[in-house]
Design a protein around this ligand. Structure first.
Ligand code: PEP
Length: 252
């Protein structure tokens, strides 16, 4: 049975003391719930990964990074390597987020390199894909997502692919307060699963965790997560408050 995941993408928010408070609040709340076949992943800014993995060691969540550079070491000023993440016990890393595609011009090929670099160190990529509003309005959304998935993931062999988590994040829904409807989410998730079945096999597709992201919150999570192909969420804004984040976790 595929794993359900709720991952919090904190983006570039919180100073250290605030991050510590939020992590502690979530860790305490997680102590009170039983997670069955479910993983909670917190992705704070890189500066706080060590603190987060220290707390996670005695708690019920895993830690993810928001970015990585695809080399083990070298002259890449300001970057962080998968080897460094691994040494801190980081388990996941977000790749292909629309903000990185947009502001940092990350290409399909660069994302492919990041995926390979993470998998080499047994860190699970959370691979984001999703269309812009004009692409949906012109009915290109399936083609856009297909290309993103094919170009950055489908070079992988089946064993490597089985470590990947996919996150469908329609760009028009990220940070806008306008989430995809449950029907739109289900339709795209089923489509992605079908792509995976076509490239690999039905079993691999059935075992792939596909998250929804984009204005998912305490109010709409239950409805979105009730869809058969929606296996949890990648949560931005609503992951910054412990109570609301836990409401989302309880919606799985
Ligand atoms: C995100 O950035 O991955 C995201 C889903 O953001 P939000 O939940 O704020 O729309």
């Amino acid at each position: 049975m595929r794993k359900k995941i709720v991952a919090g993408n904190w983006k570039m928010n919180k100073v250290f003391s605030e991050a510590e408070t939020l992590i502690t609040e979530i860790a305490d709340a997680l102590d009170e719930v039983e997670l069955i076949n479910t993983e909670v992943v917190l992705c704070p800014p890189a500066l706080y990964l060590e603190m987060a993995t220290d707390v996670a060691y005695e708690s019920n969540f895993k830690v993810g990074a928001q970015n990585v550079y695809p080399a083990d070491s070298g002259a890449f000023t300001g970057e962080i390597s998968p080897l460094m993440l691994k040494a801190l016990n980081v388990s996941y890393c977000i790749i292909g987020h629309s903000e990185r595609r947009k502001y940092f011009k990350e290409s399909h090929d660069f994302l492919l390199q990041k995926i390979d670099a993470l998998l080499k160190h047994d860190i699970r990529p959370i691979f984001c894909c999703g269309e812009l509003l004009p692409e949906r309005e012109s009915n290109q959304h399936f083609a856009v997502v297909k290309k993103q998935v094919e170009e950055s993931l489908f070079h992988l062999g089946v064993d490597a692919f089985s470590k990947v988590v996919v996150a469908y994040e329609p760009v028009w829904a990220i940070g806008t307060g306008v989430n995809a409807s449950k029907e739109q989410a289900q339709e795209m998730h089923a489509y992605i699963r079908q792509l995976i079945a076509g490239k690999y096999d039905v079993e691999t597709a059935e075992n792939t965790t596909i998250l929804y992201g984009g204005s998912c919150n305490g109010k709409n999570a239950l409805e979105l997560f009730s869809q058969p192909d929606v296996d949890g969420g990648l949560i931005g804004g609503a992951s910054l408050k412990a109570e609301e984040f836990m409401q989302i976790v309880s919606s799985l």
